[in-house]
Design a binder for this molecule. Structure first.
Ligand SMILES: Nc1ncnc2c1ncn2[C@@H]1O[C@H](COP(=O)(O)OP(=O)(O)OP(=O)(O)O)[C@@H](O)[C@H]1O
Length: 256
């Protein structure tokens, strides 16, 4: 494996005594696409929430760019280059596509809030730079026809793409995608898969994604981690994981 960007070591998380994640560890190499799969309630979303600081694990360490931490606040994770999309789209539905993508640039603003408020000095030029960066992301994800459309009025598949655009606008090192293809038809899934792969290739963005469609997972991932009841039961290349008897049993339900 090339240099790891993210390493999880012995992560355990419980909610009021109920274990959601039990002693999970794995490494995500810099530049790879890693899929997190497993049956409903396996702990996948909780693990993403541990990585970007929404949940504080009771045990374990998260090593990002070789710095080990028990926990960091979500804002700090974002500053370090960890961006996230959500299972239930979390966009400003009454705002345009462009304005939503611009919110992803917030951490990239260099002028102070004092300069931004009356739009003086550096802030005016800064606005132009932020807008140009947002426009580049919109173009990259082929969202130009909808740049001024109100997000809440767009079809679901396009809203998912706007959410990806907002995350990319932050120029993340690590992109966490929670079911980016949920609820999509085959054509939309194919388009989203292509955008994820293009992002990874073009910008070298490391991706950790949760996905239920095994065909998609096997097609785009370099590495697959399988969770079941909060435990890790598989970890390796897609082909290797596909042959793992414990994974097969979990998916075919022979143990459930
Ligand atoms: N905030 C919370 N409070 C209490 N229990 C929670 C909380 N979040 C998750 N859980 C529990 O932790 C376990 C793991 O849930 P999680 O959502 O991480 O699973 P998942 O693999 O993402 O499932 P799905 O595929 O259905 O989204 C479940 O038993 C869930 O009920």
């Amino acid at each position: 494996m090339s240099r790891p960007l993210l390493e999880l070591e012995h992560i355990s998380l419980a909610f009021k005594g109920v274990k959601a994640i039990s002693d999970i560890g794995f490494a995500v190499a810099d530049g790879e696409i890693c899929a997190l799969i497993g049956p409903n309630g396996a702990g996948k979303s909780s693990l993403l929430n541990v990585i970007n600081g929404v949940y504080r694990p009771q045990e374990g360490l998260i090593r990002f760019e070789r710095v080990a931490r028990r926990h960091m606040r979500p804002h700090r994770a974002a500053e370090l280059g960890i961006a996230r999309t959500f299972q239930n789209i979390a966009l400003f539905k009454g705002m345009s596509v462009l304005d939503n993508v611009l919110t992803g640039r917030n951490l990239k603003r260099r002028s102070s809030w004092i300069e931004q408020a009356p739009r003086i000095g550096r802030a005016a030029g800064e606005d132009d730079r932020q807008r140009a960066a947002a426009e580049r992301v919109i173009e990259f994800l082929r969202l130009q026809p909808w740049r001024d459309a109100i997000v809440g009025r767009l079809p679901y598949g396009l809203q998912k793409r706007v959410e990806l655009a907002r995350a990319l606008a932050a120029e993340p090192r690590l992109l966490l995608l929670d079911e980016p293809m949920a609820g999509m038809n085959a054509e939309e899934k194919q388009a989203m898969s292509r955008f994820i792969v293009e992002t990874n290739r073009e910008f070298g963005t490391t991706v950790v994604l949760i996905e239920h469609d095994i065909g998609v997972v096997m097609g785009i991932s370099d590495h697959v981690v399988v969770l079941d009841y909060g435990r890790k039961i598989g970890d390796g290349a897609p082909d290797e994981v596909r042959r793992n008897p414990e994974v097969i049993a979990a998916y075919l339900g022979t143990r459930h």
